[in-house]
Design a protein around this ligand. Structure first.
Ligand code: SF4
Length: 321
């Protein structure tokens, strides 16, 4: 792919993620120089690619699932400039699992965190009555069957499989993403590609396995071409989400990425404004963090993601104590 196309795709992804400022951490200096027509020594600068901070081998390996070729999983295709290692906290080898990388980084002393501020409140803590057979479903299996034969919006027409969600039906920790990607559509399982493997490692970093949590998306069928969900699709699919949350009754919800957070919290606020607060969805605490695919693309977001996940873990621990 041409450098211009890479840069365009990079910028589009950053805008989609709610970024208003840009740090060019995905292109080498020489590559940017070439893009803006700056010549070095009177000749066009050769394009040199920096290595990604999170190597593909870091993401594969510890989990026996295949890598994905979906759009979210294509994000690491534009490599990122490695961060300079700190003298105080040497970075572990690049082949180390993600959890070890994060664990090493958070060993860096940091200022004590102020208590998380209260955030948005969506729905009543008493719950919401969902009419019809969705509201009448008494367990997740019944609900999954309804999702598989759902025609409430047109997405079922182009999707291969419904992706109802999976995990512990009594999980204290729930992860909510946006919508299935290509691998999820092909398998019927949520967070199945590279981003899913990274999510597994993030959960492991706070001592949670995928089997312990419940993972689902706001939309249960894949939007064609992985386009953004339409408001009417989110609205049509909302009763399933409300019912799933009510049946699992988690102690905390981790909203992954801008669209999941905005859909769940019914807001247009950027992820930057939503992070760091404890929101409420039908009475359940919601913590917002970056989507794992965004994390693959932007290593600088590892630390804030780690802080968000730790906050969610503390809420879970506090509720379970
Ligand atoms: S995306 Fe949701 S509302 Fe649309 S068809 Fe699938 S399950 Fe039904």
């Amino acid at each position: 792919m041409k450098a211009e196309d890479l840069l365009r795709r990079y910028l589009e992804q950053r805008r989609e993620m709610g970024e208003t400022e840009l740090v060019l951490d995905g292109l080498s200096v020489d590559e940017v120089m070439k893009l803006v027509g700056i010549k070095r020594g009177g000749r066009a600068a050769p394009v040199e690619r920096a290595r990604p901070l999170i190597a593909e081998s870091d993401i594969r390996g510890s989990v026996g699932e295949p890598a994905s070729s979906g759009w979210r999983d294509a994000l690491p295709a534009v490599p990122a400039v490695p961060e300079a290692p700190s003298a105080a906290t040497p970075r572990p080898p690049r082949s180390a699992p993600f959890a070890e990388q994060v664990a090493a980084e958070v060993a860096t002393p940091s200022a004590p965190k102020a208590p998380a501020a209260p955030g948005l409140v969506v729905g009543s803590a008493d719950g919401e009555r969902i009419p019809g057979e969705i509201g009448a479903a008494t367990d997740l299996v019944q609900l999954a069957e309804l999702i598989r034969r759902c025609t409430r919006c047109d997405l079922y027409k182009t999707a291969t499989n419904a992706v109802p969600g999976e995990g512990n039906p009594h999980a204290g920790f729930m992860c909510v993403g946006e919508a299935p990607g290509a691998q999820e559509d092909a398998t019927g399982r949520p967070f199945y590609g590279q981003a899913g493997l990274l999510l597994t490692k993030i959960l492991q970093a706070v001592n949670l396995s995928r089997e312990e949590v419940f993972i689902l998306n706001v939309l249960k069928h894949r939007p064609p071409g992985n386009r953004n969900p339409l408001p009417e699709e989110v609205s049509a699919c909302r009763p399933y989400l409300v019912r799933q949350v009510a049946l699992v009754a988690p102690k905390v919800i981790l909203a992954l990425g801008t669209f999941a957070a905005q859909s769940l919290l019914e807001t247009k606020l950027s992820i930057g404004k939503l992070r760091g607060s404890v929101h409420r969805y039908h009475g359940i605490p919601v913590i917002v963090t970056y989507h794992p695919a965004a994390l693959l693309r932007n290593p600088a977001w590892k630390r804030p993601t780690w802080e968000d996940v730790q906050l969610a873990r503390r809420i879970l621990d506090g509720a379970s104590a």
